[in-house]
Design a protein around this ligand. Structure first.
Ligand SMILES: Cc1cc2nc3c(=O)[nH]c(=O)nc-3n(C[C@H](O)[C@H](O)[C@H](O)COP(=O)(O)OP(=O)(O)OC[C@H]3O[C@@H](n4cnc5c(N)ncnc54)[C@H](O)[C@@H]3O)c2cc1C
Length: 401
């Protein structure tokens, strides 16, 4: 039996996110979306409101909140703009939650504590120019030399790449295993901005998430101390998949915020706009689009909350999280498509926000596992081709809510 009643603390996190979204994101979003840049005030505002580490335990600089709070915060941020939710996805979901689970105590003190306090911005670099869905096709190498690993390779499409201070990156530590595409040859490392040979840049001309930073990381003979290997050699693939369990959860819940934004904009406009002597909301075909948004919003929420409850209990949740992500992203794309339609020609201009919602909705069907990858995963679970084994590391039970 799942209890969907929110506690006072969960609602306090939601309100904190709502406040940052309302005061920092919404008033400036059109400007920064047009400029294709991240609002420089966003990360400091999120840090000040403790939004960058709230579900990390207090002993590591966070507030010890749970996964339901994380989902609620993602909904609020993406209600304002997808780029604002992406910050939670990469910094808190993909980096902090994963470092909390897999890193050793010294690594947590050095990298997790400043990240949770919002002093160091963090991100996750898995994708490469020629390897996205096909993770095993990565070309980056980390060859051990004495007490260092020498990293060479390029990471591409990395959120916050040009802004982050620290990066969780993945590379083959074994050239033979790379040739055989053996996932046991992949390891995870934490690397820092400022290290010789590491450069970053931004990708220009994106379709959506324009008010965010998406970029590349280039590593040319970057000397990474051996103590920055996360967990152990060969655990990188498993860690990357674990990271995606966290990231997909934030995308699923964030997408519900996007659906709600489409719904609110569409109902408002349906009352304002009149055709043939009545509000357009009176037309049955407009009602159908609105009803579908309501349906998509409600059941997508149940799916991320179900995944959140499993996460809170420390239970394996890869299937449920991937399902929540797949469904919410599809519903968000459909809602954004309908929202533009309901706005007619005005939906085709950035005078109204639905044009931005439409562009932003496309990204989630690509990142953190494309729609096709999600589809195959769910079929494989149903067919018994895919089964989750227990993880080597205990899942962190965050928050006591
Ligand atoms: C805005 C944005 C932010 C991102 N942020 C990050 C980040 O922070 N960190 C990071 O590491 N990555 C990030 N990514 C990258 C993202 O995760 C990849 O783009 C994604 O995994 C897909 O990889 P790809 O683009 O190489 O597409 P490909 O893997 O080349 O796929 C191309 C097409 O082929 C389909 N396809 C591929 N394999 C199969 C198959 N077996 N069966 C059926 N169809 C298949 C795909 O579904 C897709 O339609 C981001 C991407 C975007 C757009």
């Amino acid at each position: 039996m799942i209890d969907f009643t929110f506690t006072e603390n969960q609602l306090a996190v939601r309100d904190m996110a709502r406040e940052v979204a309302a005061s920092v994101v919404i008033p400036t979003i059109q400007e920064f979306d047009r400029k294709h840049t991240l609002n420089p005030e966003l990360l400091p505002a999120m840090a000040k409101a403790n939004l960058l580490g709230f579900c990390i335990p207090e002993e590591y600089g966070g507030m010890g909140m749970d996964y339901i709070s994380l989902g609620l915060a993602c909904e609020e941020m993406e209600y304002a703009d997808t780029a604002a939710r992406v910050v939670l996805s990469v910094h808190l979901g993909l980096f902090c939650m994963s470092v909390l689970t897999w890193a050793n105590e010294e690594q947590k003190q050095k990298y997790l504590v400043p990240a949770a306090k919002g002093e160091k911005i963090s991100t996750f670099g898995l994708t490469e120019p020629a390897a996205g869905s096909d993770v095993r096709g990565m070309q980056t190498t980390a060859i051990k030399k004495g007490d260092k690993y020498i990293l060479n390779g390029e990471k591409m499409w990395i959120s916050l790449a040009n802004v982050a201070d620290q990066f969780l990156v993945f590379a083959y530590h074994d050239a033979e295993m790379k040739k055989k595409r053996d996932p046991h040859g992949i390891s995870a490392f934490i690397v820092e901005r400022g290290w010789k040979g590491l450069t970053t840049g931004s990708i220009e001309g994106k379709l959506g998430v324009r008010a965010g930073n998406t970029g590349w990381i280039s590593m040319q003979d970057v000397e990474v101390p051996a103590e920055n290997l996360v967990y152990k050699e060969g655990a990188g693939f498993k860690i990357a998949m674990f990271c995606l369990d966290q990231g997909r959860y934030t995308v699923a819940s964030g997408s519900c915020g996007l659906i709600k934004a489409c719904l609110d904009a569409s109902t408002k406009y349906s009352h304002e706009r009149k055709t043939f002597g009545v509000e357009i909301g009176e037309h049955q075909l407009v009602k159908q689009m609105i009803a579908n948004m309501v349906k998509g919003y409600e059941y997508s929420r149940y799916l991320w909350m179900k995944a959140g409850v499993l996460k809170n209990e420390g239970k394996r949740n890869t299937r449920e999280t991937a399902l929540a992500k797949w469904v919410a992203c599809e519903e968000a794309e459909q809602a954004a498509h309908s929202a533009v339609q309901i706005h007619g020609a005005y939906g085709y201009s950035d005078e109204y926000p639905v044009e931005r919602f439409f562009r932003n909705s496309k990204g989630a069907a690509i990142y953190e596992g494309t729609r096709e990858v999600q589809t195959i995963m769910q079929a494989d679970y149903a067919l018994g081709y895919r089964k989750d084994k227990p993880l080597e590391r205990e899942l962190p039970i965050v928050g006591q809510e």
